[in-house]
Write a protein that binds this ligand. Structure first.
Ligand code: HEC
Ligand code: HEC
Length: 283
């Protein structure tokens, strides 16, 4: 009986769970790392993922939005702990698919096509890297393999550890007094309702009262993770907050028109705002 229940529960979880990602191997991670920098993936042969997700800028580009009318470039770390990708894409549950998305957009790296694959296949060294990553697939380079390799590499990217990580690891002096007060405030004023540890994000969608295009998921954005946030200014989906202080002041005002009822004006002093910023910088 117990065994039967276990089988049913496992069967239920398997049916409900997200599509299982392709198995991660060292060769796939290595290929994906190479493809993140590969300009031949783009239609004009001049752009790679790193053109916007620049490793030295926390895998962002330092700009408000990546393309005219587009969105702020998010960092590429902490993705292994997410189930939903993109700012306004509640249906996007596949990192493999998200990794190929910029190749369909002519404003980013697209359009992709057979010509792109032919260019990659012409490089014997790259072909060998694909063969090592997908040993049973023969001498083909496919989009499916490309998405799987990119996703494998993306799942390994982590932000550089901040003072908060050292604090959690037992180094009690790592957090300043201001950051410790900020941590308490972060919980007290409700930030942690949406920004949940350990990622300080969540796969839920909320409108925080920015002037969002209502066609984009009715202005409801996915809650970004905050580890490494000190490296990725400017902030918000529209890049409208230049600094973490601007972010906290947005929340202190109670957001703006259309904000979720969870966003209410906060009674924060300038010192409280500095403490919250110190905590965010430690993450
Ligand atoms: C022109 C700039 C640009 C280029 C080039 C680019 N991206 Fe992005 N990337 C963005 C923007 C903007 C978003 C947010 C898109 C959205 O939310 O719909 C994004 C989002 C993502 C996300 C989702 C992150 C998250 O937190 O949910 C992943 C993964 C990603 N890109 C991977 C890649 C890969 C892999 C490449 C190369 C094949 C690439 N990007 C090339 C700008 C770019
Ligand atoms: C109701 C849920 C919710 C609450 C409460 C909330 N946030 Fe957010 N937070 C979000 C969402 C959603 C976004 C993305 C909004 C967008 O860009 O449209 C965000 C964005 C951010 C960002 C920018 C991250 C980036 O990479 O651009 C920071 C920093 C942040 N929040 C900190 C806080 C702090 C500090 C508090 C408490 C004062 C707080 N949040 C309260 C949902 C919430």
């Amino acid at each position: 009986m117990v065994a039967l229940v276990a089988v049913l529960v496992i069967g239920y979880l398997a049916a409900k769970g997200p599509a299982r990602p392709v198995e991660v191997t060292a060769a796939r991670v290595a290929l994906g790392q190479r493809l993140l920098a590969e300009q031949r993936l783009s239609a004009d042969g001049r752009r790679s993922c790193f053109s916007c997700h620049q490793p030295e800028r926390g895998f962002t580009d330092g700009r408000a939005v990546a393309t005219p009318g587009g969105l702020n470039t998010p960092p590429l770390w902490g993705l292994s702990e997410r189930q939903v990708f993109g700012w306004f894409l509640p249906e996007m549950h596949s990192l493999e698919a998200m990794a190929l998305r910029p190749l369909d957009d002519p404003a980013e790296m697209g359009p992709r096509g057979e010509a792109t694959l032919a260019r990659l296949r012409a490089d014997a060294d790259l072909l060998a890297a694909y063969r090592a990553a997908f040993p049973t697939a023969g001498d083909l380079i496919t989009w499916e393999q490309t998405g799987a390799a990119l996703a494998a590499a993306l799942r390994t990217i982590e932000p550089p550890p901040g003072a908060y990580a050292r604090y959690l690891a037992g180094e009690r002096a790592a957090l300043s007094a201001a950051a410790l007060r900020g941590q308490t405030l972060f919980v007290e004023v409700g930030c942690a309702v949406c920004h949940r540890p350990p990622s300080f994000g969540s796969d839920s969608f909320h409108n925080i009262g920015l002037p969002a295009d209502p066609a984009r998921n009715r202005g409801r954005a996915r809650v970004p993770g905050l580890r490494g946030v000190r490296h990725t200014a400017p902030y918000f989906h529209d890049g409208s907050a230049a600094t973490l202080e601007d972010v906290v002041r947005h929340y202190a005002r109670g957001g703006g028109p259309g904000a979720s009822p969870a966003i209410i004006p906060l009674n924060l002093t300038d010192a409280d705002i500095r403490d919250l910023v110190a905590f965010l910088e430690s993450l």
